[in-house]
Ligand binder design. Structure first.
Ligand code: BDR
Ligand code: CA
Length: 313
């Protein structure tokens, strides 16, 4: 099993991502690092702790407290309209019995990148604030991790929190820009892919019928599906964060293109827009643009759509 850190802002689909990660049996989860996002940082930390207890890993997997605010901005409004008042639907889960750890999420990321140099996968399913803090403190972090797979952005499709921006990137665009210009090997699992693998009522019925082990997931999925229905999503909901976990092990859930991503942070109107520049088109786009030329070297892997392997099944 390979070492991984899950950096998350639970959040319903974050919670599902954790359960899915554990269920694959592929990963050695070294830490569950929380970050503010769907709810303020204190709440996502408490949710992360409660989830480790609900999934019976609280004795083995340390939970770290993430930062309370984006790099340079005020904390954002929460996404409780989708995730429920405290972030986990209607659940009130008991707290973990583990002691509170003094080490922050960013510090834990840095330590684990040294302990597992060249081996550590980081899967981020919230704003990229913790990862950016780690990079700002020690830029070599970018070269010690094996890869960063994050859920965020919209390469070619509209946004979900503004017409042009996806929530995780919009919440801390400066952090996203730090990350994507750092040279860290990244895969961006964006709305282009996550909105194309939809979970439907028949899938929910299958999860509900699967027994006690999936009861919590089923309750969360029901709330999430209702929220998407209320927000005009129809009878289906995307599984953004579980998809990122899936991609850590198998990129065939998405269709990937190589390229650079530049994050807009100066304009409030287009804040958090991810501008994707395919490597193949660099010659054309970079010809007359000093802005683009200065960032040409930093490429990553970007989802442009769903892949050949069905993620929902
Ligand atoms: C992302 O935003 C959050 O609300 C979800 O948990 C997911 O990480 C989707 O845009
Ligand atoms: Ca999330």
């Amino acid at each position: 099993r390979s070492p991984i850190v899950l950096d998350s802002d639970p959040g319903i689909d974050d919670a599902l991502a954790l359960q899915y990660l554990l269920g694959t049996g592929l990963w050695d989860l070294k830490a569950y690092t929380s970050v503010g996002g769907n709810l303020p940082a204190e709440q996502t930390y408490l949710n992360a702790r409660a989830l480790t207890r609900a999934m019976r890993i609280d004795a083995d997997v340390p939970v770290h407290r993430g930062t309370g605010r984006p790099l340079t901005r005020l904390p954002y409004t929460s996404a409780s309209a989708f995730h429920g008042k405290a972030g986990l639907g209607n659940e009130t889960l008991p707290d973990s019995t583990a002691a509170h750890l003094p080490e922050s999420s960013a510090q834990a990321l840095l330590r684990l990148s040294r302990d597992y140099e060249g081996e550590l996968t980081v899967c981020a399913t919230g704003p990229l604030t913790n990862v950016a803090i780690a990079l700002l403190e020690d830029p070599a972090f970018a070269h010690r991790v094996k890869k960063l797979v994050f859920m965020g952005g919209a390469a070619q499709v509209p946004g979900n929190v503004t017409p042009v921006a996806e929530f995780n990137i919009w919440a801390d665009p400066d952090a996203a820009e730090v990350v994507m210009s750092s040279g860290i090997p990244f895969t961006m699992v964006d709305l282009d892919a996550s909105l194309r693998w939809l979970f439907r009522p028949a899938d929910l019925a299958a999860v509900e019928a699967a027994g006690a082990g999936t009861a919590l997931a089923a309750r969360l999925l029901r709330v999430y599906m209702d929220a998407y229905r209320r927000h005009g999503g129809g009878d289906a909901c995307p599984l953004h964060d579980p998809l990122a976990v899936g991609v850590c092990a198998d990129e065939s859930f998405i269709t990937v293109a190589e390229g650079a991503v530049i994050v807009e942070s100066a304009s409030e109107l287009t804040r958090g827009k991810t501008v994707f520049i395919p490597s193949a088109a660099q010659q054309v786009y970079y010809a007359d643009s000093p802005v683009l030329t200065s960032r040409r070297a930093v490429t990553g892997r970007v989802a442009l759509g769903p892949g050949p392997r069905d993620f929902v099944k």
